[in-house]
Write a protein that binds this ligand. Structure first.
Ligand code: HEM
Length: 465
């Protein structure tokens, strides 16, 4: 008898299951238009301030590295190149970001990599997932402002984060479930899916094809510790990349490079300005050029109204994948540039590596730049202040932000901000870096955890001074 009842039950269960499956497929079929697609955007999260101090302090005597395009901005880690979906009707988002941060201390007893974070957000709450040493882990419960998009950019800033039970394991039991972590801010540039699969024609850049070259790019981050100084507690500032320059987090890209490249020698002029501002900081690096003869090169730029040689390097351009390219070339500061950085660095000091790439034809694919997406526009109904996004300071332009700098500089900053907004608007329409060019998607799995013995060359290190 129990047998018969069991069979009856399983038959019923089977019927129920197929009914459910049918209902599900109908629901899927009848579901409304697909959600908006995300391409580009950033996630800022400092993990936990006390944890960062502990790692680099006298107890753990360790260090923090970032890599795969992640950078340190104002103490927080910035991950990039959002992909995923945002459903404006449901108020939900599912977004993944790229980059890793590696914590190492106690001579290697502590060795944790947080990588490729992702967000599931619905209404005003959600979950932050992180690959912890390669395993996808739900790290924190988020609670913040309602998710919403303004001018095509989804933004949630200052969401509070509390540790989940799963996330607590990443900290070896030193924190408990419910522990407050640093707040999380994230953005994503979203577009409604195209009804037709016909891709929009992207205009090719300036096809002047004489003896010279055009459409080249220069990637250079200036110096990681400089960016940390500007965005950190001391200078409490930020930077803006405008007029052809783009912010890739750990690197700035200057574009529209043109000039000559022949037989290993090259002379290329790029456009764009990266302006650093903060307490006692007002440095704009504009329209750089790179010139090299016999493999010895110099990068100069317009600084304070004059052209200054900033860094020297040794590199010839090699041909690869339709590009003339010199990649991740080490650079050192020139004598002339010492005063540009207020005398904090000496001639010969290592600065960030640079990459020059010259496309040889219209189909050549330039190296991908981490895509931070557009700056979130401040929303009038929810100002969503962010303690961790240094970039926000410029768009806030309140008296608090401006009181730090001299009135003339304040005016310049206001003018620059206006220009930035105008340029960003145009930039959004003509975004030339599609999401496909980014590194492997986070959903494909965790990254290879890097070992402290072999720090990745692309990584950046933060140590306590
Ligand atoms: C040799 C092994 C370790 C030793 C001797 C050690 C020692 C300590 C000590 C003494 C503190 C207290 C610091 C303070 O109160 O200021 C601490 C805090 C902490 N440790 Fe470790 N630890 C070890 C391994 C680890 C590992 C493997 C992790 C995993 C990530 C970890 C995560 C933490 C965290 C999260 C804190 C709290 C930091 C804070 O927010 O103040 N520790 N550890």
């Amino acid at each position: 008898m129990p047998h018969a009842t069991g069979r009856g039950r399983s038959a019923l269960a089977a019927l129920g299951a197929s009914a459910l499956a049918l209902a599900a497929s109908v629901l899927t079929w009848a579901s409304p238009a697909a959600a908006d697609e995300a391409a580009g955007g950033r996630l800022d999260w400092g993990v936990k301030e006390s944890f960062r101090s502990y790692i680099t302090g006298p107890i753990a005597e360790g260090e923090v590295n970032t890599g795969d395009g992640a950078s340190t901005v104002g103490g927080a880690y910035r991950f990039h190149s959002a992909t995923g979906e945002y459903d404006p009707d449901a108020g939900t988002a599912s977004l993944s970001y790229t980059g890793w941060v590696h914590f190492w201390g106690h001579d290697g007893e502590l060795d944790v990599t947080f990588a490729n974070p992702s967000i599931e957000y619905s209404g005003s709450s959600g979950t932050l997932y992180v690959y912890v040493n390669g395993t996808r882990t739900d790290m924190a419960a988020l609670s913040g402002p309602d998710i919403g998009a303004l001018s095509g950019t989804v933004s949630v800033q200052g969401a509070s984060a509390t540790l989940t039970a799963g996330g607590a394991q990443a900290f070896a039991g030193y924190y408990e479930e419910g522990q407050a972590l640093d707040p999380v801010g994230f953005t994503a540039d979203v577009t409604a899916p195209e009804p037709s699969s016909e891709a929009a024609e992207t205009p090719t850049e300036d096809p002047t094809e004489d003896a010279g070259v055009s459409g080249a790019i220069l990637d250079w981050g200036v110096r990681a510790s400089w960016r940390e100084y500007v965005s950190g507690d001391i200078a409490a500032g930020n930077w803006e990349a405008t007029g052809g320059a783009r912010d890739g987090g750990a690197v700035f890209r200057f574009t529209e490079g043109s000039g000559e490249a022949a037989g290993g020698d090259y002379s290329l002029a790029f456009t764009g300005t990266v302006a650093f501002t903060g307490t006692d900081v007002d440095l704009a690096i504009a329209d750089p050029t790179v010139t090299a003869e016999g493999g010895r090169g110099v990068l100069s730029a317009e600084v304070g109204g004059e052209r200054v040689d900033l860094v020297e390097f040794e590199a010839e351009l090699g041909e690869r994948d339709g590009l003339l390219i010199a990649e991740a070339v080490p650079t050192v500061l020139t004598e002339a540039a010492v005063e540009v950085f207020g005398g904090y660095y000496q001639a010969g000091d290592e600065m960030d590596p640079l990459t020059v790439a010259v496309p040889l034809g219209p189909d050549a694919e330039l190296p991908a730049l981490p895509d931070l997406g557009d700056e979130p526009e401040p929303s009038p109904e929810s100002p969503s202040p962010s303690a961790i996004d240094a970039d926000e300071a410029s768009t806030e332009s309140g008296p608090g932000a401006l009181a730090w700098i001299a009135p003339a500089a304040a005016l310049a900053l206001l003018a620059a901000t206006a220009t930035v907004i105008a340029i960003r608007r145009r930039g959004k329409a003509a975004r030339s870096e599609p999401a496909e060019s980014r590194d492997e998607p986070a959903t494909a799995g965790g990254p290879e955890p890097n070992t402290p013995e072999e720090p990745s060359t692309e990584g950046e290190t933060t140590k306590e001074q």
